[in-house]
Ligand binder design. Structure first.
Ligand code: TXA
Ligand code: MG
Length: 346
C-alpha cells in the first residue's frame, strides 16, 4: 500500500519534530539524517513497526537492525549488561559512528535483532537524529534508508528515489557528514571484533583496546560472517563493477586499458577515480572520488558516485581501489560488495 510521504525541508525541521515523534510513537516510519548515512526509523520496541521497516526496504528478515539512542540512560533497559570494555568505547566514541553489540534484554523484540540474542546499539552524532529520538521518547531502530541491495543514501534525494510512498516522513538534513556507515563492533566475546568496518577505524579502536580483530569472514568468503548484513550483495549499482588495487601507476595504466577496451565494444563506461587522475581518462563519465591523500573524502563521496553511475546508465564501472587500512578498509569493503568480489590486485 502506498503511503503519503511528507518531505520536511531543512529550514522547517524544528516545527515538524513533534509530528515526527508522534509518527514514531504510533508505529509509523520516519527517515532521518545521521552523521553517517540516512536511517529509516521506527520504534525499536514495536514489532509491527519494525516489520514494516523490513517490508519498506525489501530487507531479509534475518538481517538485524541497529537501535539508535540519544542518552546513555536509554541503554540500560535494552541490554542484559554493559561490559567494562563497552563503557570505555562509549566514553570515547559516543555520540559517533560506532555501533556496539550487547546481549539483548527481553524488551527488545527478536524481530529487531533478526532473531539474534544480541542487539546492536549506537548514539548518532547528529542533532536532528538526537532530537527526533528524544522527541519520540523511544529507541529508534534504523537501517540505512535505501532499498535493500542499493548504496546507502547520503542525501535526501537518494532517499526519495528509493522510499517515497513507502514511509510517512522524510526529514531532509542535507548531505551527511561521513557518508559511510558506522563500524559494528562486537564486545561480547574475549577479543573486540569488528563485524563491519566503518567510519571509526581499527586504528582508532586500537587506542583503547590492546587487541582488535576483524571478523575473519571479512577476508574469507568461505566462512559465515557474524554480521548477517555482510553476507548479502550490497551497494550495487545496475552496472557491472570492476575494481583495481595496487600501486598508483599500475592501477592507473590498467584502468586506462580497461576503459579503452570497453569503449571499443561500444559500452557506456563510468570511471571512478581519484582527483589526481580525473583528467587522464577519455570517457565522458569520469567521476571524482576525492584526493588519494584524503580517503575520508573518498568515503564520503563513494555512495553518491555509485548512484550517479546508475543515472548515467553505465554498462560498466571501472573503479580505483585503495589500501586496506584506516578508512580504506571500509571503502574496500563497500567497493568489493558493489563489485560482487570483482577486485583485481595488480
Ligand atoms: O551508520 C549506520 O550504521 C547506519 C545509520 C542509519 O545508523 N545504519 C546502518 O544500518 O548502516 P544497516 O541496517 O544498513 O546495517 C546494520 C548492520 C548490518 O550489517 C547488520 O547485519 C549489522 O549491522 N547488525 C545489526 N545488528 C546486529 C547483531 N545483533 N549482530 C551482528 N550484526 C548486526
Ligand atoms: Mg544498509
Amino acid at each position: 500500500m502506498l503511503k503519503k510521504t511528507k518531505i520536511v525541508k531543512k529550514e522547517s525541521i524544528a516545527e515538524n519534530l513533534a509530528e515526527a515523534g508522534e509518527i514514531i510513537r504510533r508505529g509509523g516510519l520516519v527517515v532521518f539524517p545521521t552523521e553517517t548515512v540516512y536511517g529509516l526509523g521506527a520504534n525499536a520496541l514495536d514489532e509491527r513497526a519494525v516489520k514494516s521497516v523490513f517490508e519498506a526496504k525489501g530487507r531479509p528478515q534475518d538481517n538485524p537492525l541497529i537501535v539508535h539512542i540519544a542518552e546513555y540512560s536509554q541503554l540500560e533497559a535494552l541490554v542484559a549488561d554493559v561490559p567494562e570494555k563497552a563503557k570505555e568505547a562509549i566514553e570515547m566514541f559516543w555520540p559517533g559512528p560506532l555501533t556496539l553489540l550487547f546481549n539483548r534484554s527481553p524488551l527488545v523484540p527478536l524481530t529487531t535483532t533478526g532473531g539474534l540474542e544480541t542487539v546492536a546499539i549506537r548514539m548518532p552524532d547528529n542533532q536532528v537524529a538526537l532530537d527526533l529520538i528524544k522527541e519520540s521518547g523511544r529507541p529508534i531502530a534504523a537501517p540505512s534508508a535505501n532499498i535493500s541491495g542499493k548504496p546507502s543514501p547520503t542525501n535526501a534525494e537518494h532517499v526519495i528515489l528509493d522510499l517515497f510512498g513507502k514511509v510517512d516522513m522524510i526529514i531532509d538534513g542535507g548531505d551527511t557528514e561521513f557518508g559511510m556507515e558506522s563500524t559494528v563492533l562486537d564486545l561480547t566475546g574475549k577479543v573486540p571484533t569488528i563485524l563491519r568496518p566503518g567510519s571509526v577505524t581499527k586504528e582508532q579502536l586500537a587506542l583503547i583496546f590492546d587487541d582488535v580483530e576483524y571478523d575473519p569472514a571479512l577476508q574469507d568468503a568461505s566462512s559465515t560472517p557474524r554480521s548477517p548484513g555482510q553476507k548479502y550483495k550490497h551497494y550495487s549499482p545496475e552496472a557491472e563493477v570492476k575494481v583495481f588495487v595496487g600501486d598508483d601507476e599500475s592501477v592507473y595504466l590498467k584502468m586506462l586499458q580497461e576503459e579503452a577496451r570497453y569503449i571499443s565494444r561500444g559500452c557506456n563506461v563510468c570511471v571512478l577515480t581519484v582527483t589526481e587522475n580525473v583528467d587522464k581518462f577519455v570517457s565522458k563519465n569520469v567521476l571524482d572520488l576525492g584526493s588519494r591523500d584524503s580517503l575520508e573524502d573518498v568515503a564520503k563521496n563513494l555512495f553518491e558516485a555509485l548512484r550517479k553511475c546508475d543515472n548515467l546508465k553505465a554498462d560498466i564501472i571501472i573503479a580505483q581501489g585503495f589500501e586496506d587500512k584506516g578508512i580504506g578498509k571500509a571503502i574496500m569493503n563497500r567497493l568489493g560488495k558493489a563489485a560482487g568480489g570483482n577486485v583485481e590486485h595488480l
